[in-house]
Design a protein around this ligand. Structure first.
Ligand code: GLA
Length: 744
């Protein structure tokens, strides 16, 4: 039993963490603890309350106890406007014009298994793997209810949270803010780790001390965005990769989000995570409910690395679904950087033919195959193939490609619509725009209104036809702009605040339908690279193109950032040409391979332009990736050294049983007379003996290896962890090494 209820105390025990709430004398649900595993005793007894001037007291309490204030209590889910002056979880406009929400505890329920959320992505688990706790709160004046859901995956150290808001009153309530998660800490000195960026440069790590005041990240762009990722960590002072108290929060949502933290007047910290309130207003009619998106929570006392590991496991095993969850993903080649828009059917068949010879398993035809799409100014929305350009029908082209012994995949951007398209001419009302205003262009395109059911149905039909006609076994679902001009003519003026969330619900409905109808088809998400790289999308698309930046060295930091919240198995990563198209940098082919192997692995270059020697090397890379596939995709991932400091970025994939490991090391900076770079290996068995060998898949290997470790000595797991070994030094710029460690 992971959920223990003792009178008014709710304790959730996972393998290594404890979470606790308590209903107090006044019916307020307090948050009393979340952190390192402890017992079930009442933690609120250790809390301290004092009379705080200007922090008022609820009427029912005030005369008796001036130390009791909503402003200073750690609460599980705060209301609004009745005495808690911090950032709060909910705000609503009531029929009388007030905005007050005051929650009181009503009761609880326990369920076996993990709850699901209608229309939204959610962690799933078997009846044996999970339990659900449901707690009912109510504003007894208005009848607004908040049903708090806790999904507990005990063995994974995962707790999920969501809320269903229901209007049990008689008149409409307008929700103006509704966070999915609130977490209060009674004490602690924390830092917030978040990931910021821009198109082609996503996932930059930022660690900031949580100071007095409010800090926030979020998106008002209609997508989760390149600018901030909806995954954050909160860690206590001095936490490192392997030590210290650390929390992870992943929002399963692909739209506008807000993650806020506030350190208050008495040094308590509050975190809120939910749909961004700026573009959100939801009318709840009597008896109607709104489910909020889910948040995944985890805690470890063993630092950031373990929090990442927990997130990797839950996303791999309990978010990604269907056939592709555990099936080996194909090694693909995409024609985008090889041809951009300038291709013919024959050129594509040629690439596919060459690729098949090297052992590549899937050919992906990217943008430009449809409508009048010769550049990014036209054609989006016209999802019929450009037969003049392809020289045949889509069906014929895919057959020609498949007959080369390679699968066929295809790029689509269903949410995009060009002004110069037949779809726009037929349905101008399907475009997201505000009446009497010209909508903003981005990449010279508009947005198709996915909040509309007729648009969703049209796209389901259109995409289904593409899949059937082309026998596609893979779809790349792209979206190349952010959303503004938020308005839909499917809703009345007073309900326009529902647009952004309804858009995401519409997107999810289409993706869900495609998953159901085409379970064998692999979907890869993409939003101009990592513009919609979130756990919500991963419920529908088990991999996402990591970034439009394919430069191997830049990818080190993008993939490093992503690794904090997401497993390697979801990261779309390709080897591209040099000089790199985004940065002009030249890196060895072997280095590009090593870095693409920290992802789903594929190619995106003109094979025809490669030498026989390079093709041979590619063949070898493919064999190497196949050999280590399980270790890479399902092994435990460790960040051994960061691309943001030092000279060498190192990461490790370890077999969960500790029998083998693969270390990848890339010199992002080469120095003369270099200082040795040491890697301490995690995840091995202390008392087992291991042998190290250098994986040779590259050009210009040194004639003599600089260190003795490769010559066959047996080294204990304990020594490899505590002393580590020295990575061979760089013999050329951006040198990469892969070191395989095997138990003997
Ligand atoms: C986006 C994607 C690229 C490519 C182009 C095509 O930028 O991220 O991989 O598909 O669109 O227009």
């Amino acid at each position: 039993m992971a959920i223990i209820i003792n009178k008014d105390i709710f304790t959730i025990q996972t393998k290594n963490s404890t979470y606790q709430m308590k209903v107090d004398h006044y019916g307020v649900l307090l948050h009393t603890y979340y952190g390192e595993k402890t017992d079930n005793s009442d933690k609120s007894l250790l809390y301290y309350q004092a009379d705080r001037g200007f922090s008022g007291n609820p009427y029912a309490v005030g005369k008796a106890d001036r130390t009791y204030s909503l402003d200073s209590l750690s609460q599980e889910y705060s209301g609004f406007g009745v005495g808690d002056y911090r950032i709060t979880a909910v705000r609503a406009q009531n029929a009388d014009g007030s905005q007050a929400v005051e929650w009181k505890y009503m009761g609880y329920q326990l369920e076996k298994g993990k709850y699901a959320i209608p229309g939204l992505p959610a962690v799933y688990a078997s009846q044996e793997q999970a339990e659900t706790l449901i707690i009912q709160l109510k504003d007894t004046t208005t009848g607004l209810e908040a049903t708090l859901y806790y999904g507990v995956l005990e063995q994974c150290d995962i707790i999920t949270r969501t809320v269903k808001i229901t209007n049990q009153g008689k008149t409409d309530v307008i929700l103006q803010k509704a966070a999915s998660l609130q977490l209060d800490w009674e004490y602690g000195d924390f830092s917030l780790i978040s990931f910021y960026g821009r198109h082609s440069m996503e996932m930059n790590l930022q660690k900031e001390k949580i100071h007095h005041g409010v800090q926030s990240i979020g998106s008002v762009r209609g997508i989760s965005s390149h600018q901030y990722n909806p995954f954050v960590m909160v860690c206590e002072k001095n936490t490192t990769e392997t030590m210290g108290s650390c929390y992870g929060f992943s929002f399963l949502y692909s739209g506008e989000f807000l993650i806020e933290v506030e350190k208050d007047q008495i040094d308590r910290t509050r975190l809120l995570c939910g749909i961004h309130s700026d573009n959100f207003q939801w009318t709840l009619q009597a008896q109607k409910s709104l489910w909020l998106p889910e948040v995944i929570l985890t805690h470890s006392q063993q630092g950031m690395s373990q929090v990442s590991k927990n997130m990797h496991t839950v996303i791999r095993e309990h978010v990604c679904r269907g056939v592709w969850k555990n099936k080996r993903r194909p090694i693909l080649i995409n024609n985008w950087e090889a041809t951009y828009f300038k291709f013919t059917g024959d050129m594509l068949v040629k690439i596919a033919k060459e690729a098949a010879k090297l052992g590549i398993e899937l050919f992906v035809m990217d943008d430009g195959w449809f409508g009048k799409r010769e550049d990014d100014n036209t054609g989006l929305g016209d999802w019929t193939s450009n037969e003049k350009k392809l020289g045949c029908t889509l069906k014929e082209l895919s057959q020609k490609i498949i007959s080369q012994g390679i699968q066929f995949g295809i790029w689509i951007e269903p949410e995009g619509i060009s002004e110069d398209s037949d779809l726009y001419r037929a349905h101008p009302e399907w475009v997201v725009k505000i009446p009497n205003r010209k909508p903003c262009l981005s990449r010279n395109q508009f947005v198709l209104d996915f909040s509309r059911k007729d648009v969703q149905d049209y796209m389901i039909k259109t995409i289904s036809n593409i899949i059937k006609e082309s026998s596609a076994s893979y779809i790349k679902w792209d979206f190349n702009r952010a959303i503004c001009d938020k308005f839909t003519n499917a809703l009345t003026a007073d309900r326009q605040g529902e647009f952004s969330h309804r858009y995401v619900l519409g997107l999810y409905r289409v993706l869900e339908q495609l998953n159901n109808d085409f379970p064998e088809v692999l979907l890869e998400g993409c939003g101009g690279g990592g513009g919609r790289f979130d756990a919500g999308m991963l419920y529908y698309t088990p991999q996402i193109w990591g970034s439009d930046n394919t430069d191997a060295i830049e990818r080190l930091s993008i993939q490093y950032g992503a690794s904090f919240g997401y497993p390697v198995s979801v990261m779309g990563s390709h080897i591209s040409a040099v000089p790199n198209h985004q940065t002009g940098r030249i890196t060895p082919l072997s280095t590009r391979a090593c870095i693409a192997m920290a992802g789903t692995f594929g190619y995106e270059l003109d094979i025809a332009a490669l030498t026989a020697e390079q093709k041979q090397e590619m063949k070898h890379q493919i064999a190497v990736f196949q050999k280590y596939y399980s270790l890479i995709q399902f092994g435990d991932y460790y960040r051994l050294s960061s691309p943001l400091e030092g000279t060498c970025t190192i990461w490790e994939f370890a077999d969960p049983q500790g029998k083998e490991a693969l270390i990848s090391a890339v010199y992002h900076h080469v120095q003369a007379n270099s200082v040795p770079v040491r890697a301490k290996v995690y995840g091995l068995k202390d008392d087992a003996m291991y042998q190290l060998s250098l994986q040779d898949y590259g050009e210009k290997q040194p004639e003599k290896l600089p260190y003795g470790f490769c010559s066959g000595e047996l080294i204990s797991g304990a020594a490899l962890k505590q002393v580590g070994f020295v990575i061979p030094s760089a013999v050329n710029g951006f040198q990469a090494w892969q070191i395989y460690i095997k138990e003997k």
